[in-house]
Design a protein around this ligand. Structure first.
Ligand SMILES: NC(=O)c1ccc[n+]([C@@H]2O[C@H](COP(=O)([O-])OP(=O)(O)OC[C@H]3O[C@@H](n4cnc5c(N)ncnc54)[C@H](O)[C@@H]3O)[C@@H](O)[C@H]2O)c1
Length: 294
């Protein structure tokens, strides 16, 4: 899309972090924004905040893991604004542990939000975009959808899937001659509340499962939270997304510092070399550099 002003955006996971920044960025560029999130109070507060900044917003409480809820979001958007042009499938959750230990309920929760959230968004909105012959879908994956480390297998699995779905959708839309475009957002660490994703653990799964961390995993969890805390400002990620929509650019890789690891991975695969972990000292240097840059 070459122009955003006067158009309509839908953003999921809009109450916090990257989704809130995306809503603010697209709104500041003149779009009306339907903000969707499962966290009702936070969503209302976020919508009020953007409205006070002069952005035309509406808010719909939505659980992206529920197909009917996302259908209802599409209906509410069309009722309120009459059209949809940009869809940001952004809501996401995370929790780690050894793959053999993670309870099935945890796998179900993460797959429901991160994977089926995108599937539901595509099913509920893309037919409207195709019929309208204008639109752009942005799926939030992660650098964790291109490189996998230990203790986060459900997150990596769903984020690799998000990249794969985005690539397929891109080719499918091209194959049917649709002008609707697709982007996949693959950030490294961003300063958000992702490490507190447990706040949205659904009651239907029972109590939050106790996962007994080994000292090594506990240390990893602590370091991972610190890295998110030292991550990029969500506003810079939102600007990169806006620019990608305007340039009709598929890949949105906001953290070039992962380039060497990406090249190393694919070179290794082509050479038949076993995976190697980006050494922790490199991550620590990255965290320190981000701290200094703030
Ligand atoms: N923060 C990072 O370092 C980072 C890096 C790469 C990718 N991401 C991805 O960015 C996206 C946004 O996460 P964030 O970092 O802004 O975290 P965040 O926790 O600040 O925001 C996520 C939002 O999603 C909402 N949400 C959770 N479950 C939902 C559901 N079932 N239905 C609707 N909304 C739901 C939450 O209420 C929250 O408002 C996620 O997909 C995440 O995986 C984050």
């Amino acid at each position: 899309m070459r122009h955003l002003a006067g158009k309509i955006a839908v953003v999921t996971g809009a109450a916090s972090g990257i989704g809130l920044a995306l809503s603010r960025r697209l709104g500041a560029d003149g779009m009306s924004v339907m903000m969707a999130d499962v966290e009702e109070t936070a969503l209302a507060a976020a919508a009020e905040e953007l409205s006070a900044e002069g952005i035309e917003v509406a808010a719909t409480v939505t659980d992206v893991s529920d197909a009917e809820s996302v259908d209802a979001l599409a209906s509410a958007t069309l009722r309120r604004f009459g059209a949809v042009h940009v869809l940001c499938n952004n809501a996401g959750v995370s929790r780690g542990g050894p793959a053999w230990d993670i309870p099935l309920s945890m796998w179900g929760w993460i797959a429901g939000v991160n994977l089926f959230g995108i599937v539901h968004g595509i099913r509920s909105f893309v037919p409207h975009l195709i019929a309208q012959r204008e639109g752009h879908v942005v799926n939030t994956a992660s650098m964790g959808g291109m490189l996998a480390g230990p203790w986060m297998s459900p997150y990596h699995a769903t984020k690799y899937a998000a990249v794969a779905i985005s690539e397929s959708l891109y080719h499918e839309l091209a194959a049917v001659g649709s002008p609707v475009r697709v982007s996949v957002l693959c950030p490294g660490m961003v300063r958000t509340r992702i490490h507190e994703a447990y706040r949205n653990w659904p009651a239907r799964y029972g109590a939050w499962p106790v996962v007994h961390d080994s000292p090594a995993i506990a240390k990893w969890r602590q370091t991972a939270s610190a890295r998110v805390g030292a991550g990029h400002d969500p506003a810079t990620i939102a600007t990169a997304v806006r620019d990608a929509i305007l340039r009709e650019q598929f890949w949105i890789l906001t953290h070039p510092e992962f380039g060497d690891a990406l090249r190393d991975k694919y070179d290794g695969a082509l050479e038949g070399r076993n995976p190697r972990l980006l050494p922790l000292p490199a991550f620590n240097r990255l965290t320190a550099a981000l701290e200094r840059a703030k």
